[in-house]
Ligand binder design. Structure first.
Ligand code: UD1
Ligand code: CA
Length: 479
């Protein structure tokens, strides 16, 4: 039984009041549509996924194309039924079609698989994933042939009579609480046989995919519903929520963050005030690591065990070893931090910083593209860019590596056990040999041999009595 997945992502997103395409708005650190594509990619290969694009198609194409999925253009956007009509030819050769919405981003792979398996087991022509949220306002409602709620549970049937959009609900239908999530499975043959029968006689004058339920029932085909299930981290009703407004997106973002924290805590990570902590879905953290309030772990960050990330630190696409302390207010991007390192407070590690085991990068130290050796220290107020720094090195307060001459970047090399005195300026390209000393406040423009002392500053002159004479002169002028 072959399956294709179609993801509807062509709509205008009128309710959003944004110039950006709806499906490119971000939650959990990535566009809505990429959440849906990621879940779909765990069900079928990219070559069996068809993303339907239309409104601002080029922007959407640019974001989704790198995943390798296929793209189908719905040139005019005349409703969800019309979107599937646009994809009909592309998916005709598959036995079955799973339909997902680009604006239902928390949908889990497990749920897609449940829909698929239920659809096959029920031998249905159409399977609708449903939920029963506290407030069903705005969603289409599912009328089962015999619904639960008012009847004993054992009488409830999976068979669906039709789906009714919010605006079309009649008096008694207002009571229906089971919503259409916009996620479906179809047997392709009956879908395509009846897809042309959709009509525009509704509030928006669009072709509604939801009308396929009644059309298929009329054609004596089997249409069934399956409810989304709760998990420990996420309720079924939250998982299938749509994102039509910014406020709805932020609710989903929060649900996603909350689920992420819950998962990590279940794996032995301590998270204080998790409602303030922002963790992207791809992040991994080892047990006994502690995250303080208002920390962010973003992108593909991976942290080891027994670390502590103190408040207001943000780590992005960074690999962190075990036993690392990230003190308050650090920003770390695209870097690698060895075990037992101490960062901050207020350290800024820009892309390409590789910090050796046990090193210390302290207050207001900025690094960019620096290999920083085992046990080396830069405690205070330094800029280190484009450098290879050995082990056991001490970088004094206020050290600056001048890596840029206004046109090109140049490299600095500092050997093992070097001591750079405070307030030194090293003008790259330059190299400091193993075990050498640079005197405080030096301006180093030539390489320093191993074990040498470089003094690059004017010799101090003391003028005896100068200050006293000056004060006496000033006093005379005043009188
Ligand atoms: C739809 C369902 C509704 C369901 C809800 C669940 C219909 C008519 N209604 O309503 O029953 O409760 O989803 O979230 O289907 N799209 C296209 N081309 C179009 C129009 C829409 O690709 O011409 C895409 C949109 O980009 C979006 C998805 O289809 O990703 C759903 O469209 P949207 O307008 O958001 O439908 P809802 O009003 O939410
Ligand atoms: Ca929607």
């Amino acid at each position: 039984m072959s399956f294709a997945i179609a993801i509807m992502a062509a709509g205008k997103g009128t309710r959003l009041k944004s110039k950006r395409p709806k499906v490119l708005h971000e939650i959990g650190g990535k566009p809505l549509l990429l959440h849906v594509v990621s879940a779909a990619l765990k069900v079928v290969p990219a070559s069996d996924i068809y993303v339907i694009i239309g409104h601002q198609a080029e922007q959407v194409r640019a974001v989704v194309a790198p995943t390798g999925v296929r793209l189908v253009e719905q040139v005019e956007q005349r409703g969800t039924g019309h979107a599937i009509q646009a994809a009909a030819a592309a998916v005709a050769a598959y036995d079955n079609l799973l339909v997902l919405s680009g604006d239902v981003p928390l949908l889990r792979t497990e749920t897609i698989l449940r829909v698929r398996d239920f659809h096959l087991a029920e031998q249905a022509a159409m399977t609708v994933l449903t939920a029963t949220p506290a407030d069903p306002t705005g969603y289409g409602r599912v009328a089962r042939v015999i619904a639960g709620g008012d009847v004993p549970a054992q009488l409830e049937t999976s068979a669906v009579a039709r789906i009714i959009e919010q605006k079309a609900l009649s008096g008694t239908e207002q009571q229906l609480r089971e919503i259409n999530t916009g996620i479906y499975a179809f047997r392709t043959a009956p879908l395509l046989a009846h897809l042309g029968e959709l009509e525009t006689n509704n509030a928006h004058g669009e072709l509604y995919l939801t009308d396929m339920a009644a059309l298929l029932v009329k054609a004596k085909e089997r249409v069934v519903a399956l409810r989304a299930e709760d998990t420990a981290e996420l309720s079924g009703a939250t998982e299938v929520l749509g994102a039509n407004t910014i406020a709805e997106m932020m609710l989903l973002d929060r649900a996603l963050r909350h689920a992420m924290c819950a998962r990590l805590m279940a794996q032995g990570v301590t998270i204080f005030q998790p409602e303030t902590v922002v963790i992207d879905p791809g992040v991994r953290v080892g047990p006994d690591t502690v995250l303080e309030p208002f920390t962010q772990l973003l992108g593909s960050t991976v942290m080891g065990e027994r670390c502590r990330v103190r408040s207001y630190s943000v780590l992005e696409n960074t690999t962190v070893g075990d036993g690392v302390t990230v003190r308050q207010g650090c920003i770390v991007e695209d870097s690698e931090i060895g075990s037992d390192v101490i960062l901050g407070p207020y350290a800024h590690l820009r892309p390409g910083s590789r910090i050796g085991q046990g090193a210390h990068i302290g207050n207001f130290v900025e690094l960019k593209n620096v290999q920083f050796g085992v046990g080396s220290k830069a405690g205070h107020l330094a800029y280190l860019g484009d450098a290879v720094i050995g082990s056991g090195v001490n970088i004094g307060a206020g050290t600056i590596l001048c890596n840029y001459d206004g046109v090109q970047k140049h490299q600095t090399t500092i050997g093992d056990e070097v001591f750079i005195g405070s307030d030194s300026v090293l003008v790259a390209p330059v190299s400091i040999g193993k075990g050498a000393y640079v005197a405080a406040a030096s301006c180093v423009t030539q390489s320093v041999p191993e074990d040498a002392l470089a003094v690059g500053r004017a010799r101090q002159v003391n003028k005896e009595g100068w200050a006293a004479k000056r004060r006496a002169m000033s006093a005379r002028k005043k009188n």
